[in-house]
Design a protein around this ligand. Structure first.
Ligand code: SF4
Length: 235
């Protein structure tokens, strides 16, 4: 039977295993979901091209409302011209805008990445900090971006909640919430810390490949037997 969240839940799910099996039904089901996602996507990593934490941070800010491929098409030229926080901090705004135009919202993004570079220079000697609380104080950096950077640049556990993770966490009944921060905390309770980075990335791949926003491919879904909505496409 699929665990249903109580209408008023405390958001506390006790950890613990009995004979190697998670004692809480939700964690138990999440373990099964993770196992299938792991075998479906055994080698997940961010698709954003980068050579160092600075490039990943800027690329992740640019990835809002566009595709990773689109971001990759502009970052090569951008980082060739402005290879460090120091260079980007001093760049004329119009030059940054010209180089990132095709990623959309380029006025805002250009302002954000230059302000972010300036903040890196002023507060962190031009380096990307390794703490969530420092990252989220940088202009243009929310928890999603910060967790992407922590995981992919430093190997520090972080639960990324983007639009795919948000949708799938709800559909799979892993959270009763729609607020990304609450979803992040819910997932952190039912997924072991060592698996936070991989689980987020696996859900993102799964959301792109199978459980699409409009037409999820339920008949072909490997999680169908674990999903509260196995017939969302009527298949
Ligand atoms: S069964 Fe359908 S709704 Fe459920 S996870 Fe799979 S694709 Fe998504």
């Amino acid at each position: 039977m699929i665990f249903k969240w109580p209408r008023k839940h405390t958001t506390h799910i006790p950890f613990g295993k009995c004979n190697g099996v998670a004692m809480h039904p939700l964690r138990n089901r999440t373990d099964k979901i993770r196992k299938i996602l792991r075998s479906t996507y055994p080698d997940v990593k961010t698709a954003l091209n980068h050579r160092n934490p600075f490039e990943l941070l800027i690329a992740t800010i640019l990835s809002a409302q566009t595709t990773d491929r689109q971001v990759n098409s502009v970052t090569g030229g951008l980082f060739q011209r402005f290879p460090t926080a120091n260079h980007l901090a001093a760049a004329p705004l119009h030059e940054i805008e010209d180089r990132i135009r095709s990623t959309g919202f380029f006025h805002n993004k250009a302002r954000n990445i230059r302000a972010c570079a300036r903040a890196l220079e002023e507060r962190h000697a031009g380096r990307v900090p390794r703490r969530l609380e420092d990252l989220t104080k940088l202009p243009g950096v929310g928890r999603k971006t910060a967790n992407v950077v922590l995981g992919a640049a430093f190997g520090i556990p972080g639960m990324v909640v983007d639009t795919h993770v948000k949708r799938l966490a709800g559909r799979l009944g892993l959270t009763p919430h729609s607020d990304p921060v609450k979803i992040e905390y819910d997932l952190m309770q039912i997924v072991p810390k060592r698996a936070w980075n991989a689980f987020g990335l696996q859900l993102i791949h799964f959301g792109r490949d199978i459980c699409h926003a409009r037409k999820p491919a339920c008949p072909a879904c490997p999680l169908r037997h674990l999903c509260p909505f196995p017939n969302k496409t009527g298949g």
